[in-house]
Design a protein around this ligand. Structure first.
Ligand code: ADE
Length: 271
C-alpha cells in the first residue's frame, strides 16, 4: 500500500517511523511519504491560510496550495492501481472511523491524508478533489482536535496493522476488540496470584472449550457494561444456547436476530 500524508507540520508524523508501522515501512510493506503543504505555495511567505468569506473567527486553508499538493500525489499513483486513490480528510464533521472502515481502507492501493488546520480547508478543494480521488471526510470521534495530524497517526496505525505481514501473528487480529462487534475479554499473565489477586480459575483449567466460552461471556459482560450501543447492532441470529443464557443473565433477549434489552433488567453493569 502507498500512503501520502500532506500537512503543514510534517514533523508531527514522525511517530510513523517507529514500532510496527516504522518496521512495515522498512520492510517495504508500506510505502509512506509525508509532504509539507508549504512546499506547494508560490509566495515569499509560503502562505497556506486566509480569512474566511462571510466573516467569523479563525482562518481557512487556501485552495491553491492544496490543489497543487493533491495533484502532485495523485500523479504518483502506482501504475497498476485499479481505481482512484482514496483521499481521507480528517474532520470532526466526517463519518466516524471504526474497525470496519479500517478493514475497508486496508484493501486500497493508495490512501492520501489531507491534514487540515485552523477552521478547515476551502470547500472548493474538496469538490475539485472528487475528480481525482474518492473523497472521504473522516472523524476520529465526537470531539475537536487542533488539526488532522493526530487523527492520521491513529488511522494509519489502525489501517497499517491490518496489511498482510505487518502484525507478526495474524491470529491476534481475530480476537481483539471490535473484530467481532464486541469488546475483547480480559487477559492475564504470570504470576497466577499477584498481590492476593488470583487469575480466574477457569484459565488454569486447561479446558479449552470452557475457556473459550468464559471469554465469550466476558466479552458480553464487558460490552453490556461499557458499550451497550454495540449490542444493539450485534448479529445475534445464530448464537449457541450458552451465549443466549449469558446474555439473558445480562438482561438481553434475542428477538428477530437482534439483542433487545429487557426493560425491567436494571443496570447491565451489576448483572
Ligand atoms: N480534526 C479535528 N478534530 C478531528 C476529529 N475529531 N477527527 C478527525 N479529525 C479531526
Amino acid at each position: 500500500m502507498r500512503i501520502d500524508v500532506v500537512s503543514i507540520f510534517p514533523e508531527y508524523l514522525a511517530p510513523l517511523e517507529l514500532s510496527l508501522i516504522g518496521k512495515a515501512r522498512q520492510d517495504g510493506l508500506l510505502d509512506l511519504t509525508v509532504h509539507d503543504l508549504r512546499s506547494f505555495t508560490t509566495d515569499r511567505h509560503r502562505t497556506v491560510d486566509d480569512t474566511p468569506y462571510g466573516g467569523g473567527a479563525g482562518m481557512v486553508m487556501k485552495a491553491e496550495p492544496w490543489a497543487q499538493a493533491l495533484a502532485s500525489v495523485a500523479a504518483a499513483q502506482p501504475a497498476d492501481a485499479g481505481s482512484k486513490p482514496v483521499l481521507i480528510v480528517p474532520s470532526p464533521a466526517g463519518e466516524r472511523f471504526n474497525q470496519a472502515l479500517a478493514y475497508e481502507l486496508a484493501e486500497e492501493d493508495q490512501l492520501v491524508f489531507a491534514c487540515g488546520r485552523y477552521e478547515g480547508i476551502d470547500e472548493r478543494v474538496i469538490e475539485w478533489a472528487e475528480e481525482h480521488f474518492t473523497v472521504r471526510p473522516v472523524s476520529l470521534g465526537d470531539y475537536v482536535l487542533n488539526g488532522g495530524e493526530v487523527a492520521v497517526l491513529a488511522m494509519v496505525e489502525a489501517i497499517g496493522r491490518l496489511l498482510p505481514g505487518v502484525v507478526g501473528n495474524p491470529e491476534s487480529l481475530v480476537e481483539e476488540s471490535h473484530s467481532d462487534g464486541l469488546l475483547e475479554y480480559p487477559v492475564y499473565t504470570k504470576p497466577s496470584v499477584w498481590r492476593d489477586r488470583e487469575v480466574p480459575a477457569i484459565l488454569l483449567s486447561g479446558n479449552h472449550g470452557k475457556i473459550a466460552q468464559w471469554r465469550r461471556h466476558e466479552q458480553y459482560r464487558r460490552t453490556a457494561e461499557r458499550r451497550p450501543d454495540l449490542l444493539e447492532t450485534f448479529d445475534a441470529g445464530s448464537l449457541p444456547r450458552a451465549d443466549r443464557t449469558a446474555l439473558a443473565d445480562l438482561g438481553y433477549d434475542v428477538v428477530d436476530g437482534r439483542l433487545k434489552r429487557r426493560p425491567d433488567s436494571g443496570s447491565a453493569a451489576s448483572a
